[in-house]
Design a protein around this ligand. Structure first.
Ligand code: PSU
Ligand code: MN
Length: 298
């Protein structure tokens, strides 16, 4: 795989310094401008303050970039030609010399191939509500099942079918652990009644688990579920009616497939007067901080 590495990332990889992968879909379609740039700047500062180099992954005009400069970042954050690129579309994006924001599935694939072992995001994709009719399950799940890295997130967005996603994670053999929690977090909400079997209490323990999984020749990711900090959460009762009405609206305008997640994130932010966006930013930054601490020790 050919990469365009930023100088910082190149130096860090060559000298074995800690690196944390970050995705770009969260910037291009997960958050509006200018909050997306503000978020990214904070994310990078959190990493650098911990001595970790942030490696944001995106495809720019047919080239895979690992580590974005200011100009690239502004382009990804604002340009309408930037597409949402999942793992199966990496080659297509390169062949057409297009620009793409990478999702969890494509970011983790590229990060792993660049030698990066840890990746932080907000929430991964999963099994959508109405799966029995649509068969819509994110490629993120398949990608996690075949990419041996640590992925830190706050669960799956609660507009998905979280119970079915928890089952799918097991079916696809993804090592799933709670970080200081024994239940599956609900993205905007810190807890749920879905029980987790394994709770890890510090970054060092997660690193130990990663090494043992590797020794045991497991090729799947370790998914670390790090709940949104309580002071920033939105109670699930409050979210549920908003999510239901956003889904009804989405169906009435005929949105489906890969447009679903960006549409719902945007509509839910509007309906909550940006409260959901603020929560999304806080939880993602919290995941970046934990990811950076794991990257320091791995
Ligand atoms: N989590 C967020 N914001 C996002 C996403 C996740 O807080 O924008 C993106 C991720 O890139 C994830 C993608 O991989 O949504 C999942 O999309 P889909 O459901 O179409 O697979
Ligand atoms: Mn999908």
């Amino acid at each position: 795989m050919k990469f365009t590495l930023s100088k910082q990332v190149k130096d860090a990889i060559n000298s074995n310094k800690p690196v944390l992968a970050l995705e770009s879909t969260i910037i291009s379609s997960g958050m509006p401008f200018p909050q997306n740039i503000e978020f990214q700047n904070k994310a990078e500062k959190i990493c650098l303050d911990l001595g970790v180099v942030p490696a944001t992954i995106a495809i720019i005009k047919g080239k895979i970039h690992v580590g974005l400069g200011e100009k690239d970042l502004l382009f990804i954050a604002t340009d309408k030609s930037v597409k949402k690129i999942s793992k199966r579309e990496i080659g297509i994006c390169l062949e057409k010399k297009q620009s793409g924001a990478t999702t969890v599935s494509s970011t983790s694939h590229i990060a792993f191939n660049a030698g990066i072992k840890v990746f932080s995001t907000g929430g991964i994709g999963g099994v959508h509500r109405g799966y029995d009719k649509s068969l819509d399950m994110s490629q993120d799940i398949i990608s996690l099942s075949e990419t041996p890295i640590v992925v830190v997130c706050s669960g799956v967005k609660s507009f998905l079918d979280v119970d079915k996603t928890a089952e799918a994670l097991e079916t696809f053999g993804i090592t799933t652990v709670g970080y200081k929690t024994d239940c599956f977090p609900l993205f905007y909400t810190s807890s749920s009644d879905i029980k987790l079997q394994h709770c890890y209490k510090n970054a060092k323990k997660v690193v130990g688990l990663f090494k043992l999984n590797k020794e045991a020749r497991l090729n799947s990711s370790i998914l670390v579920l790090n709940p949104v900090p309580k002071k920033h959460e939105i109670p699930s009762q409050e979210m549920e009616s908003i999510i239901s009405s956003a889904i009804i609206e989405m169906e009435s305008v005929g949105i489906s497939g890969k447009e679903t997640t960006p549409y719902l994130l945007k509509t839910i932010a509007q309906k909550t007067k940006n409260k959901s966006l603020k929560t999304n930013i806080k939880l993602a930054l919290n995941n970046i901080s934990l990811g950076a601490k794991i990257a320091q020790k791995i």
